[in-house]
Ligand binder design. Structure first.
Ligand code: ZN
Ligand code: ZN
Length: 321
């Protein structure tokens, strides 16, 4: 994610800022990718702290307009959890917009989001026919840690869920193209194998012993759809790590030159190599504060090939190139 200039004074603004340091309100224009000092603000600004501008006064911004179902406000913490969920969604959408996905120039359908609070039964997160369903309870730190332990996941965050589920939706968009499916099946396997049976087998028997040589995560080994979603989410993680690193002005011998834009980098192998090298360094920095690794994954050769494949399609897919 880039770091932005302050439209009414000195200094920089972060993507989530609602005001500058003295309290003057600002808003983010997702089309211009810049902060502006004036309304029309998103109709969700007061309720959930959305800092994007809207097309007209009283309307929702482009991101909030994609939320067809918001959580039941009577469920405890639904609104603050929803606010954090929408913040992760705006971040993921802005990243994807760098490759033109879901912006006005994208001729295809944007995702529809169902962002639901959890009652006694957990919300089943997933994607079907363009609809992405996310549990807003997944921002709760206690719940996340419990599920991370139960599922033996090294990494579980809301932005991770957003990237994973939107990646299923991106697969669906790409599958409407004639040239995608054969290439996909050659790289990831045939997604027409029984999905429910494959997931049931995975949860009962665990991943194959050699999964690390072929998959980024053990869950990715469950089915080609999950392999795609995990791989695409990781491409989005890695590209955003590189972009955020460069945006802060930090330097590293791996960065090709000042002004390098990871989203414009055509060489996927180079992008992945640079991002992976940066994660090793930032993991080390995190350990200085006793924090868990920024990126607790190892990229096998096979995983890098799949990341390269996803990069190729995500970079050109929105515009049908
Ligand atoms: Zn909004
Ligand atoms: Zn999935």
């Amino acid at each position: 994610m880039r770091v932005f200039s302050n439209p009414v004074g000195a200094g920089s603004l972060w993507f989530d800022n609602l005001t500058i340091a003295d309290g003057t309100p600002v808003a983010y224009d997702p089309q211009a990718r810049a902060f502006v000092p004036m309304p029309p603000f998103c109709a969700n600004r007061e309720r959930i702290g959305c800092n994007w501008i809207a097309p007209k006064e009283g309307e929702f911004c482009r991101s909030c307009a994609m939320t067809a179902l918001a959580p039941d406000p009577d469920i405890p913490n639904a609104i603050p959890n929803w606010a954090q969920t929408e913040a992760a969604k705006r971040w993921a959408l802005d990243n994807l917009g760098r490759w033109h996905w879901f912006r006005p120039e994208d001729p295809g359908a944007p995702p529809v989001f169902h962002l639901l609070a959890e009652g006694p039964t957990p919300v089943a997160m997933g994607h079907a026919q363009g609809v992405v369903t996310i549990s807003v309870a997944e921002v709760d730190p206690v719940l996340v840690m419990t599920r991370r332990e139960a599922l033996q996941e090294p990494y579980r965050t809301m932005i991770g869920h957003m990237r994973h589920e939107i990646s299923h939706m991106l697969w669906w968009r790409l599958s409407l193209r004639e040239d995608f499916l054969d290439a996909f099946r050659a790289m990831f396997g045939d997604e027409r194998i029984d999905y429910q049976a494959a997931l049931q087998y995975h949860y009962q028997n665990g991943p194959p012993t050699e999964w690390r040589q072929h998959y980024l995560t053990s869950y990715a080994s469950a089915h080609p759809h999950e392999d795609w979603a995990e791989t695409a989410a990781h491409l989005l993680h890695l590209t955003d790590i590189a972009d955020s690193f460069v945006a802060t002005g930090l330097s590293s011998p791996q960065i090709p030159h000042s002004g390098w834009d990871p989203y414009s980098e055509p060489d996927a192998e180079r992008l992945i190599r640079i991002a992976a090298d940066l994660t090793v360094g930032v993991n080390h920095v995190n350990r200085a504060m006793g924090l868990s690794d920024l990126y607790p994954f190892v990229l096998s050769d096979h995983a890098r090939h799949k990341l390269t494949f996803v990069h190729d399609w995500l970079r050109r897919g929105a515009l049908g190139l």
